[in-house]
Design a protein around this ligand. Sequence first.
Ligand code: PMP
Length: 427
Amino acid sequence: PYVGPTAEEILAKRKEYLSPSLFHLYKNPVNIVEGKMQYLFDDKGRRYVDAFGGIATVCCGHCHPDVVEAIMSQTKRLQHSTVLYLNNAITDFAEALASKLPSNLKVVFFTNSGTEANELAIMIARLYTGCHDIISIRNAYHGNAAATMGATAQSIWKFNVVQSGVHHALNPDPYRGVFGSNGEMYARDVQDIINFGTSGNVAAFLSEAIQGVGGIIELAPGYLPAVYSSIKKAGGLCIADEVQSGFARTGSHFWGFESHGVVPDIVTMAKGIGNGIPLGAVVTTPEIAEVLTRRSYFNTFGGNPVCTAAGLAVLQVIEKEKLQENAALVGSYLKDRLTALKDKYELIGDVRGRGLMLGVELVTDCELKTPAKAETLHVMDQMKELGVLVGKGGYYGNVFRITPPLCFSKEDADFLVDAMDLSLSTL
Ligand code: PMP
């Protein structure tokens, strides 16, 4: 049994010693003391089905024994040496990672987070093209440092920092967007930005395949191929932010961009890559990677042996346990059950997503699509009481984000939908 401080004591210390900007998801926050695969346990030993997976971070399952073993055995041998010396952990993982990417995407730069990966990708694109302008999509989330906060396009995540050379294109959002599911119409906005907002040349276009923080928005079909073609003509690079949609989460493919039939010039990743260990990466072609030889580029912890040993174990577990197939199977089962729930409750305006990256949007009026923010909070709290943790997102905070560990089972899916059903019925 747990013998540490109570939730109240931790909360009091958080208030006193941690940033006042920290938020938590529930009226009475849970004190999570243990995790095992798709389950979390609180200080009273109560089990929760984790349908948020640390924001799509835990892909193999909490404390997966193979990943833990890889971390422990590497930790005992060598934790850090700097990449100035040779060690096989980093090269073994880089080779395995490159084998998962298409085309000539095979040069890997390791970072410690998604923000760092996107910052580096943007800098590489600017260096390679000699241009400054970046285009990202409204409602996107790409990180919280200088360039990435600029590329992020939701006011709630943007501080008053100088945002230079960033343009935000119309969101190709099939549910709320002005052109519905017509991806090519939204893509025209990117061409317009190039024509009327830049010199005609740009450094890069940066986007998620499915917006995560933005509320699980799948980009309208046909959008990415048309945009990639415009960007290439303008001399720019296409960057795929796979921080949430990568590592088999979408089920049908290993990377989110693959379902759009495009091949990016640069792919960035984090979260799932380390199953909870701080790790990120930028993967690009040898030709593009060359630009970093113009100066010295160095990252102290990026690619350290402990994190890269974990990364390699993650890839092996995804393969061994057929997690991509499971994400496809359980994901489509769960989506079908959620879609059936939509027929039962008018409050559910939309069910969307792919694999185990699903969203449920609540609206008080299906025609006007009025965000049901308070109801979302209420249902989320009720579901927690019933033992299910889901995430929340979208600009209006009215979308459930369902991004569990990829070992999620049909039984977990049933439990989640039944808990959502019961919670919706109490409104
Ligand atoms: N890109 C995407 C798509 C993300 O969802 C996030 C984090 N929510 C980031 C980048 C930034 O990653 P990190 O928090 O590791 O810096």
